[in-house]
Design a protein around this ligand. Sequence first.
Ligand SMILES: [Zn+2]
Length: 275
Amino acid sequence: MRYYLFHFILIVFFISITTSSFAALQLEGSPTQSGLLRGHIDPGEQVFYADQQLKIAPDGSFILGFGRDVTPQQSLTLIDSDGIEHIHKLTLKQRKYDIQRIDGISKKMMNPSEEDLKRIRQEAQQVAKARQQDSGRLNFQESFIWPVIGRISGIYGSQRILNGEPRRPHFGIDIAAPTGTPVKAPAGGVITMVHKGMFFSGGTLIVDHGHGLSSSFLHLSKTLVKVGEHVAQGQQIAKVGASGRVTGPHLDWRINWFKQRLDPALLVPPMPKKN
Ligand SMILES: [Zn+2]
């Protein structure tokens, strides 16, 4: 009996030493604030980020995203096939964001009424719910394309000081385009929210690309798809507009990894010249 127990312990010890040195966590590219990180693990392994177990695709790939102002010191925990933890430390590249001053904004936009605030809160909950989707879709693996080609009129992370008051940073990328310009799906996915007219964002559409990654399109004049509909990359899903609180027609495109707001510009090649 004693002999067997001793033997058993030796074997477990041996396996844990040999496999732990092979525990494989591969990360693609360099991690940055407001960026998406793609990684890969071997079968039987698990990876955790901030107590959240990351969804692993059948090919072992996973994603995670970092918000605008997250602390540069981050870590991932890999649990190998023997249940042994490996801490993987990351240092994110820090970004600098633009600060813009805009004056002459109307009082209605600056100070919404009680009734408007109630509506704003309800709409924010609808958006948050759509962005909580944790589907197994694999569209996040596609190489994203621009939903609209045009002049970039607003960038991610910029913070506006309206009439002297610092406001929430801008979390989308604005592409100036005439009302009616087709908006194409930057990657495939399923439509998780369609709203004809939200207080701030007007006509709004959300597409789930899988594993918590979603695209939101704001200020639309028209939506061409329904909730639950599957769309392919490049498919027309909406039309550019100037709905909601805006000064002119443009597409505001946002990317989320769950609640983390990412910079869409980091997912696509440079904006091509319009012709
Ligand atoms: Zn915008």
